[in-house]
Design a binder for this molecule. Structure first.
Ligand SMILES: *[C@@H]1O[C@H](CO)[C@@H](O)[C@H](O)[C@H]1NC(C)=O
Length: 478
């Protein structure tokens, strides 16, 4: 591939970023939140059968419910148990209390039940602000208890934080934690998480932002598939998904507070709740929406689109964001069931976040099990032709099949930078088995989940590559 001087200069500038684009291991696991604020749910043994039948390998509960922990034994399903908010003052004041709690709620079940972390409290600074003072001391004592019992390598301490802790979230690079908790709570918490090899847990619902501002936020952006993209003009990063923008605001908030280590990406994040309701909404609001000719934010179609997007992101190894393309992240969908005692009544969206009805029927189709969802890599047009050209040259020089975009090739037309770069990026991405970080090119590329088409050129999917690979390895006859 001949490089003009201009391209060499750009490539040189882009190299440090592109180096991270080599295939990286691991990505994350997708699980569910098993909430029980309901009076009509199946018994825990049936729930565990349901998880197994659906290939769900990770679950988070909101306490340490003994029947559930026993039913999960010897299943290989990874479990997050939670110390409820009400226990925090005792656990903060008294290391002996924390030790006793860990003994009877964690050690008693482990390792038969694969507990892999302990959530100390839930959205404390949002739902129990009066307990905020006790949060980090309680986490510290629970972590010490795990260490005393020889469990601290296998089981990490964390605490799910509500996204409202991030005060400034747009542009993502301006991400900041709320002033009242940044220094007194977030800093010592992030220190503890980092020191103990744990991860920062955050609950993020793009649904909330869309529901509050349907006129300002494109639905496709909230659902994770907004082709035009939204640009952060400070970093030049392009966002196709509101969730990514909110995750990056969180990463930037961590970096803005902690600097150094947070910036090096040592401290991981875990998305401990995200989801979308399939029904509900305040009657007054629904009437206003209908009058304006709009559709309700909470619908089966939107919930199906968002939760399948989340599942596909994780299954296809793409938990990275524009700012942290290589980030590994576990994701827990909220929630396993519709819960009929949440919120303010049957019309409240709070009761309709479930993947399943209490009778264990799916609310809409979804699939947690590999073979993995298809995905493609395309150019981010807003970064401009110079960056696209540099990245295109890199891809073609590092294993992408660029024959089809040469004059006379099947994808030479349309002869545009975006179409050619997309072809090359996608080839590089597929040939690297869609490994984490191989669709980044310094921010010039992004993953999409619907087959992209440029003129008559259809970008090949992973299935196509696999077939080609099998043929080249001589298995075509099977
Ligand atoms: C949130 O950010 C705004 C704008 O920077 C600032 O004026 C306000 O004090 C912040 N509030 C909190 C609670 O941090």
């Amino acid at each position: 591939m001949a490089l003009s001087l201009l391209h060499v200069v750009f490539l040189g500038a882009a190299m440090p970023l592109l180096l991270f684009g080599t295939p990286a291991a691991g990505a994350g696991v997708v699980g569910v939140n098993y909430g029980r604020v309901a009076n009509n749910l199946p018994d825990p043994a049936s729930v565990v059968q349901l998880l197994k039948q659906n290939g769900i390998t990770m679950v988070k509960i909101f306490d340490a419910f003994p029947q559930a922990l026993r039913a999960l034994a010897n299943t290989g399903i990874k479990v997050t148990v939670m110390m409820p908010n009400g226990n925090l003052p005792d656990a903060a004041r008294d290391p002996g209390y924390a030790l006793g709690w860990v003994r009877s709620n964690v050690k008693a079940y482990y390792p038969e039940t694969q507990i892999h972390d302990v959530a100390v409290g839930n959205e404390v600074s949002y739902s129990s602000p009066d307990l905020t003072w006790s949060l980090v001391p309680a986490m510290t004592n629970v972590q010490k208890a795990l260490a005393d019992l020889g469990l601290a390598d296998a089981i990490k301490v964390t605490t799910p934080v509500a996204f409202s802790a991030v005060n400034v979230s747009f542009p993502p690079s301006a991400g900041r934690f709320r002033d009242d908790i940044a220094q007194p709570v977030m800093r010592p918490m992030l220190d503890l998480l980092q020191r103990t090899g744990s991860y920062f847990s955050i609950n993020i619902y793009p649904f909330d932002a869309y529901d509050a501002h349907p006129d300002d936020i494109p639905l496709d952006y909230a659902l994770g598939n907004y082709t035009p993209g939204v640009v952060d003009h400070v970093t030049g990063l392009v966002y196709h998904s509101l969730l990514d923008a909110q995750l990056d605001a969180t990463y930037f908030a961590m970096e803005n507070l902690m600097g150094g280590a947070a910036r090096d990406g040592i401290l991981r994040a875990s998305l401990t709740e995200s989801g979308w309701p399939s029904s509900g909404g305040r009657v007054a609001r629904l009437e206003a929406v209908a009058e304006a000719g709009g559709a309700p934010a909470a619908s089966v179609a939107n919930a199906q689109a968002y939760n399948n997007y989340l599942i596909k992101r994780v299954l296809s190894g793409n938990t990275g964001t524009p700012h942290r393309p290589d980030a590994d992240m576990d994701v827990y969908i909220f929630a396993l069931f519709n819960e009929n005692q949440k919120g303010f009544g049957p019309d409240d969206v709070e009761q309709h976040f479930g993947l399943f009805y209490p009778n264990m029927q799916k609310v809409y189709p979804f699939d947690f099990s590999p073979p993995t969802a298809e995905s493609w890599c395309v150019a981010n047009a807003p970064v401009g032709d110079a960056r696209l050209q540099a990245a295109l040259d890199y891809a073609c020089g590092h294993g992408a099949d660029c024959g089809a975009i040469q004059p006379g090739g099947a994808c030479f037309e349309p002869n545009t930078m975006v179409a050619h770069a997309s072809y090359a990026f996608n080839s590089y991405y597929q040939r690297n088995h869609r490994a984490s970080g191989t669709c980044d090119f310094g921010g010039a590329a992004a993953v999409v989940y619907q087959a992209p088409k440029y003129g008559n050129c259809v970008l090949p999917s992973n299935a196509w590559i696999q077939e080609t690979k099998l043929k080249s390895e001589g298995y075509a006859a099977i």
